[in-house]
Design a protein around this ligand. Structure first.
Ligand code: MTE
Ligand code: HPA
Ligand code: MOS
Length: 832
């Protein structure tokens, strides 16, 4: 079946550079530009694994001086970011006549709207207008894959926080005040508030059942080919994105109301353009969305920012005035969706030596009240439900639950981490059943070159074993493990645990058509270059990497290349900046444009020896050579057929592994990470300093997901909350990682000598792959709990839900204080 648009087919482009740096200069990461994220003494970038790439725009001081351009480190663009001067959407000065918007939100999880009384709101101070479904000039329906969401709820609301209307006023405070005065009468309907309730009520999004099969699971189980079979369930909680910049959009009309422009904090300007055009009844050619930089997106602004732009565009267009909508943190948390919670039900058969024979898996994700990206998230979870393990017989079934909660959405990893976490749960259980260490179970089941995955893709250039062995040596795994054991025999109320976890993350959007990228390169007569591409800078360093590609292509200093902003009128039809592949695909598109321009300049450049690029460009200009080009790239050799359940959804995989050592306090459930060692294969990295920052950030964000952050919804597990309401809607009740949660010893290293033939300049994508590695902290915590339970005389397997918060750690450490109240497999309630 096809859930996405038709694929785009044009001829392949050649955009893979040879990659090998002629001369390697070895320096520590903190010396090469993005030093803010690399703290000396904490991060130790294994000596020469972070080699700089002189071919890609590093070490340009000499040529900078020649041109009289200040060196990179002193460029104002960088200074303003680290000093907090950088302008984000809400900082853009309000145009004259501008209005502020506030949302009128549903207070019920499922209800009919009986009556709306806005009379009091209309006399509120500064009031300028109020708008509902009936005012929408175009179509009141939106949705990124399936158009299944009302922009403004008209008759029925399906979650708390659903937008019913919008108020505009002279100030943000006045807009909120007026919105609060709108009275809505509801007739409540039964609500579905968890995966379990959805399964019981058969509440699923239409046509979201998916299957993947390899071998014959039924035959394997019925013919008793396995020494042992286990069955169990894994609950995986959600996660709030907690980008530092909440959703924000500024919309205004142009040419007397004939066109609409906006600046939005988004990973998907094209989606904003599309939603606004649809809702206002305008052609996409009259709507422009731009964005300079996003203060963090993490997937949360891949789709859920777009309906907010369409909401703000409605009063702007109808009143012909600029409108700004910036969400307060609590509203942003309550209405814009989170990482999907998952429920996994597994049956695994294996041999005495730990070799896995069969996996029968059923997974469910909590989609919320619209489909959004939930099906693609489920699919990626299904693709990643083998993590890195060879399993001869596999059956994976997936379904997206419809619940009366705000629509859940993309979040770093996009279902991959949930799929892999379920896998590591049963791996850990096999280890306990067989009394063989989990590392051995992992190792005997590793995939390698030639392995054919449960969806038909064949593994090539697998670096897993190399990474794994290198990590075991560099982290001193056995010594750390021995020391922890010794500590545990000497201590009753504090326990240490160690775990080492591998990962493999598929690179490409799993929807083939999305793997395309456009770029626009202008070369000016002073030798400077303006690059625009379809990708958004959200702190991941994309613009720096893409600028490096342009600078190296023209052989000019990085400071001669400028990326101003992302805009739908410069590069059309851009996919969201997501799936970690942006430097691969936009780098390749920019290289394509640069090569076109270089080919046009060649007749001139080959004739003379120009002293500078500027001279060459001026000479070309005098010869009437076009110095602007549009570049394009589409990822080759990918595609997947869900009907057959076979194909190559991914261009390649990014591999990694991590060791974590934790210490828990068994009486309070408190813990800290004593050591974390992370290694990734990033091919020949485009910019190792940025990549180390990405790995650190992803790991800590993952640590939040596995051990700190717990969303509490008004559901059957939390009857003390109003139904469907989010309790944890700010940092006071929702604990995100802070300085204190950074591992005491934190080492990041990159695999050496592993060029990737499948992406730009032999590099690999980095953004999402390291996120899952934080599960090493989760399993280290579980290892410590095992030691505590042994002291209490318990040796069997026990469940531990994600996140392993202090409450869960404490209650799992069964002892004389908990025994009067709970049994040994108690698990605290979790919103899933
Ligand atoms: N890093 C920062 N600082 N801020 C972000 O919002 N998003 C992550 C990752 N790293 C994010 C980030 C996610 S979810 C993705 S998919 C990638 O960046 C997207 O950017 P890329 O394709 O350029 O890696
Ligand atoms: N990854 C990230 N974002 C996406 C994907 C994907 O595979 N598909 C659609 N949006
Ligand atoms: Mo990332 S979840 O693909 O934006």
């Amino acid at each position: 079946m096809k859930s996405f648009e038709e694929e785009i087919t044009t001829s392949p482009t050649s955009s893979h550079g040879s990659g090998a740096a002629e001369e390697r200069i070895v320096e520590s990461a903190s010396d090469c530009g993005e030093s803010g994220e690399v703290e000396e003494g904490i991060v130790e970038l294994v000596s020469d694994s972070g080699e700089l790439r002189p071919d890609l725009g590093y070490l340009l001081e000499a040529s900078d001086d020649e041109l009289g351009i200040p060196p990179l480190a002193a460029s104002p663009a960088r200074k303003e970011l680290v000093t907090g001067e950088a302008e984000y959407t809400d900082d853009v000065p309000m145009p004259p006549n501008g209005l502020h918007a506030a949302l009128i939100l549903s207070k019920k999880p499922h209800a009919c709207i009986l009556a709306i009384d806005d009379s009091v709101a209309k006399s509120s101070p500064g009031f300028a207008g109020i708008f509902f479904a009936k005012h929408v000039p175009g179509i009141n329906m939106v949705g990124p894959v399936v158009v299944d969401e009302e922009l403004f709820a008209s008759v029925v609301v399906t979650c708390v926080g659903q937008v019913i209307g919008v108020v505009v006023a002279d100030t943000h405070e006045n807009a909120k005040l007026a919105a609060r005065k709108v009275q809505i009468q509801y007739k409540e309907l039964p609500a579905v508030l968890s995966i379990e309730e959805a399964i019981a009520a058969n509440s699923f999004h239409p046509e979201t059942e998916r299957f993947l099969r390899k071998g014959d699971v039924d035959h394997c189980f019925s013919s008793k080919q396995c020494d042992k079979v286990i069955e169990g369930e894994v609950q995986v909680g959600g996660q709030e994105h907690f980008y530092l910049e909440p959703n924000s959009t500024l919309v205004w009309t142009v040419d007397g109301g004939n066109e609409v422009h906006m600046i939005s904090s988004t990973q998907a300007p094209k989606k904003h353009q599309q939603y606004v055009a649809r809702v206002l009844g305008l052609p996409m050619s009259k709507v422009v969305c731009k964005i300079k930089r996003v203060g963090g997106g993490f997937g949360g602004k891949e789709t859920r920012s777009a309906f907010l732009a369409a909401v703000a565009a409605t009063p702007s267009y109808l009143l012909n005035r600029p409108v700004k909508l910036t969400l307060d943190r609590d509203i942003d948390m309550m209405i814009t969706g989170q990482r999907h919670s998952f429920l996994g039900k597994y049956k695994v058969g294996f041999m005495k030596d730990g070799k896995i024979r069969a996996l029968d898996l059923e997974i469910f994700n909590n989609g919320g009240n619209s489909l959004d990206l939930s099906l693609a998230v489920l699919e990626r979870a299904m693709f990643h439900s083998d993590n890195v393990y060879e399993i001869p017989n596999v059956r994976v079934k997936g379904k997206v639950c419809f619940t009366n909660l705000p629509s859940n959405t993309a979040f770093r990893g996009f279902g991959g981490p949930q799929g892999m976490l379920i896998a590591e749960n049963w791996i850990q259980r096999i280890s306990m059943e067989l009394k063989i260490s989990p590392e051995v179970i992992r190792e005997v089941n590793f995939q390698r070159d030639g392995s054919v995955l449960h969806y038909g893709q064949k593994i090539e250039n697998c670096t897993l074993e190399r990474l794994w062995n290198q990590l075991k040596t560099s982290s001193d795994f056995l010594t750390v493990q021995q020391a922890a054991k010794l500590f545990n025999t000497d201590n009753r109320w504090k326990k240490r645990g160690v775990a080492i976890i591998p990962t493999k993350f598929g690179i490409s959007f799993t929807a083939k058509f999305m793997n395309q990228a456009g770029a626009l390169v202008h070369v000016y007569t002073d030798g400077t270059v303006l690059v625009t591409h379809g990708g958004v800078e959200m702190g991941q360093g994309l613009h720096t990497k893409v600028a490096q590609v342009a600078a190296s292509s023209f052989d000019i200093p990085l400071s001669s290349v400028f990326i101003s902003e992302t805009s739908t009128d410069k590069v059309p039809n851009a996919s969201p900046t997501a799936a970690s592949a942006s430097s691969d695909i936009y780098g390749a598109a920019v290289l394509d444009a640069c090569e076109q321009i270089k080919a046009r300049m060649e007749p001139i450049s080959s004739k003379h020896n120009f002293v500078s690029f500027a001279e060459l460009v001026s000479a070309c200009y005098m010869e009437r050579i076009d110095l602007s080009a549009h570049g394009f790239y589409k990822t080759p050799d990918i595609g997947f057929d869900w009907g057959a359940g076979k194909g190559n959804p991914f261009r390649y995989f990014t591999y990694g592994a991590a060791l974590a050592e934790v210490e828990i306090d068994t009486l309070t459930g408190d813990f800290h990470t004593r050591q974390a060692d992370v290694i990734l294969d990033l091919g020949l990295p485009l910019n190792p300093a940025i990549d180390v920052g990405q790995i650190e950030g992803a790991f800590i964000q993952g640590l939040g997901w596995v051990a700190l952050e717990e969303l509490k919804w008004g559901d059957a597990a939390h009857k003390w909350l109003p139904a469907g309401c989010l309790y944890t809607c700010g940092p006071g009740s929702y604990k995100i990682p802070s300085m204190d949660d950074v591992p005491l010893k934190f080492s990041i290293s990159l695999l050496k000598d592993a060029p990737n033939p499948k992406a730009i300049h032999s590099s690999k994508a980095v953004g999402e792959p390291p996120f899952f590695l934080a599960s090493a902290v989760f399993f280290a915590i579980k290892d410590a709990i095992i030691a505590a339970r042994e002291d209490a005389g318990l040796s069997g397997w026990f469940p531990l839900d994600n996140p392993a918060t202090p409450e869960r750690i404490r209650m799992a450490c069964v002892d004389e204080f908990t025994k009067p109240f709970i049994n040994s497999d108690f698990h605290p309630k979790l919103s899933v």
